[in-house]
Design a protein around this ligand. Structure first.
Ligand code: ADP
Ligand code: ZN
Ligand code: ZN
Length: 697
């Protein structure tokens, strides 16, 4: 009987099999001269195709011993491909462990034999006697209601404990049940995995992320697919894993931008988690102290009824129930007006004094500066030369450590010139500050300061440069946890999720850039980053340390910092949502971005404008006329960094109040895009991509 299987091509291919194969069966099929992995998508053919069946090639074989991928999984993959405008096969293959493609039957059989039976979970005996009242109320709601839930819990309010109890409840209700827990960063998985393993037993927990070896990835995927693993913990890619007995999905730090895939199928793992829960009847809990404005809006009751999500609030930090202060335990926020400091001040004297006092008492300090390198630009004061990258529309960053100028966009690296390459002036200087410079200055400034035990103060820098190399970041984080580090200097990498126990002072050195950025989400991201950073301070309530968050800014009166001072996420969100509603921005409308890259900016923009024109000609009349009339097409514009590695980049924004209209028109545009791209007129176009619900515009 003919069986359509699947490759990464746009449409499923048709193959023949001797016996009917259940949809979802993994097969190997010939494709040209190669043999590739496929998934049986359907096993009956419409009549016209059946007539051609004599010509179709037979499958090479099924992957024996593997249960088929279930209906829910296939529905999820199908939805992802349709919604994010990608080929079905591409999405399906990306969701499967790469080793499945190359494994022989014998190897697979051996692997399967090694898979132990479904792990019996420990009853999940909690180490904590009593839940806080807020935790208990949240859990009760998760137990009793349908959700999806937005767990809006302050940093340190005990969200992880709620996830674990909800997981224990789900596992207790059904002896086969599985739980999926998503985290934004690979480097947060070991910490969380350890907590879940300690609670439920190491056997019951597997992780799925890109840091695993291919063999581990296959092993862990199999454990989830066969139902042996009861708790699957992973980064965004895990949302597409096969988890057949899924009963609960948790998305921790649901606001985090890394849930959005930035290449290929540009899916949002958070949004897919909600959809997946709906498909498979699993409860969904999205957790954050600073929810995305989308989730916040979705959980806000509308005049005509409740929100789509159910909001569960845990405003208080653990251990502060006895006080009346709703912000008890959260750091006091102090704004330093940098307009009153001498121009070019890196660390304002009062901040330096506070920092010195803290490390002298044995406390830890975290300084955030979102620019790596020593200085963002090298410049000549005589002729105005700047360290532009010859291949990009960006400056190369000065790295003092190895005396290089490095482009952070294309990687182009050269040794620092001795004199100005343009006029020969030997006295060239730097503009702006990066983490390397901050680290160096701190080492100088703290040279005489001693810890309580008399030993010198230790400064550590963590950023993409320091963390390069396998295991480097883990080693550095372990140093911080172990207390070997007094002052930690870092980019946003260090602000997320870590539970550093002795940090009592956090400072944002220069956060102003995001206040007036062109991206409408920049303030939302900055606020979340600062709230999360503040959340690193004073986590050990029992220690009685008072904690502080300092912000150095030229705009101390800005509403964003005022909201930060009172830890007022709802106030900040209300202000932002009001602006978004007035401007017709998400979540009040839906966006898609069409991007093109070409040798010239003209060619890139020309292609995008041609797409808009062709779409108007083809779709403005006829079946899609109404949907099309619901869309606004903006003119093509260059990206902020418009040239990278000598390729010009342009984008076009498409907007609609109707998600459905946008979807239908985008789907109808696919063949037009392929045809235009193939035409001689647009041969200068290197590539194009579509981003549905883009994060950065
Ligand atoms: P969040 O994820 O909200 O930032 P965590 O779940 O990490 O917070 O909890 C912060 C700390 O409080 C952890 O050390 C955790 O073990 C502890 N904790 C959580 N719930 C309780 C509780 N009910 N009683 C005592 N300590 C708790
Ligand atoms: Zn010069
Ligand atoms: Zn470059």
């Amino acid at each position: 009987m003919p069986t359509p299987a699947h490759s990464s091509l746009a449409e499923p291919l048709t193959y023949r099999a001797d016996q009917a194969l259940a949809p979802g069966t993994l097969v190997r099929v010939p494709l040209g001269a190669r043999e590739v992995l496929g998934v049986v998508w359907a096993n009956d053919l419409p009549a016209p195709a059946a007539e051609l069946a004599v010509q179709v090639r037979p499958i090479a074989g099924a992957l024996d011993g593997l249960p088929p991928l279930d209906d829910h999984w296939r529905a999820l993959i199908g939805f992802t491909a349709r919604y994010y405008q990608r080929a079905l096969g591409e999405v399906a293959l990306a969701a499967l462990p790469p080793q499945l493609r190359t494994l022989t039957s014998v190897q697979l059989a051996r692997r399967l034999k090694r898979q132990s039976a479904a792990a019996t979970v420990q009853p999940g005996t909690p180490t904590l006697e009593a839940l806080s009242g807020e935790q208990a109320a949240a859990l009760q709601a998760i137990e009793a209601e349908r959700g999806p839930f937005l767990l809006f819990g302050a940093t340190g309010s005990g969200k992880t404990e709620v996830y674990m109890r909800a997981a224990a409840d789900a596992l207790a209700r059904d002896p086969a049940a599985q739980v999926l827990v998503l985290v934004p960063e690979i480097n947060l998985t070991p910490q969380l995995e350890a907590r879940f393993a300690a609670r439920f037993g190491a056997e019951a927990v597997v992780s799925l992320h890109s840091g695993l070896t291919p063999a581990q990835r296959l092993g862990h995927w199999l454990a989830a697919h066969l139902g042996h693993a009861r708790i699957v913990l992973g980064t965004r890619v895990a949302v597409l894993a096969s988890v057949p007995w899924l009963a609960l999905i948790v998305v921790d730090e649901e606001h985090d931008p890394s849930y959005k895939q930035q290449e290929g199928a540009r899916y949002s793992a958070r949004d897919l988690a909600v959809y997946r829960g709906h498909l498979s009847g699993a409860k969904v809990v999205l957790g954050s102290a600073t929810p995305s404005l989308e989730s916040w809006h979705a959980s806000t009751p509308a005049p005509d009824g409740p929100g789509r999500y159910q909001r569960l609030a845990m405003p208080r930090r653990i251990g502060t129930a006895a006080t009346d202060d709703p912000n008890a335990g959260l750091p006091r926020v102090r704004r330093v007006d940098m307009t009153r400091q001498p121009k070019g001040t890196l660390l304002a004297p009062p901040l330096l004094a506070a920092l010195t006092e803290r490390v002298g008492r044995g406390e830890q300090v975290l300084l955030l500066l979102n620019r790596r390198g020593w200085a963002p630009v090298l410049a000549c004061g005589d002729c105005g030369w700047k360290s532009e990258c010859p291949h990009c529309s960006a400056y190369r960053v000065f790295h003092k450590i190895d005396r290089t100028l490095r482009c952070h966009h294309c990687g182009f690296t050269q040794r620092v010139p001795r004199a100005c390459p343009s006029c020969g002036n030997p006295d060239i200087g730097t503009l702006g500050r990066g983490t390397e410079q901050l680290e160096e200055r701190l080492v100088e400034l703290l040279a005489e300061v001693r810890r309580p035990d008399g030993s010198p103060v230790q400064v550590l820098r963590i950023d993409a440069d320091s963390a390069r190399g396998a295991g480097r970041l883990e080693a550095q984080l372990a140093q911080v946890h172990g207390g070997d580090v007094d002052v930690l200097v870092g980019t946003q990498m260090v602000a997320k999720g870590h539970d550093f126990r002795r940090v009592s002072l956090v400072a944002a050195i220069n956060p102003d850039g995001a206040l007036y950025a062109s991206d409408f989400r920049a303030p939302e991201r900055l606020f979340a980053l600062l709230m999360q950073a503040a959340g690193r301070a004073g986590r050990d309530a029992a220690s009685g340390m008072d904690s502080e968050m300092w912000v150095q800014t030229q705009h101390p009166k800005h509403a964003l910092f005022a909201a930060l001072k009172t830890h007022d996420y709802p106030g900040f969100a209300a202000g932002q949502l009001k602006e978004r509603a007035e401007a017709g921005l998400p979540p009040f409308c839906h966006l898609a971005l069409l991007r093109a890259e070409a040798r010239t900016q003209e060619a890139a923009q020309g292609f995008l404008n041609a797409v808009a024109e062709t779409a108007a000609e083809a779709l403005a009349q006829g079946e899609l006329a109404e949907a099309f009339s619901n869309l606004t097409w903006y003119p093509a514009v260059p990206l902020t960094v418009q040239r990278v590695a000598n390729i010009e980049r342009a984008q076009m924004l498409i907007e609609s109040p109707s998600r459905m209209a946008l979807q239908r028109v985008l789907a109808a545009c696919q063949p037009l895009l392929h045809a235009l791209r193939a035409s001689a007129e647009h041969k200068a176009v290197v590539r194009w991509a579509m981003d549905v619900d883009p994060l950065a515009v």
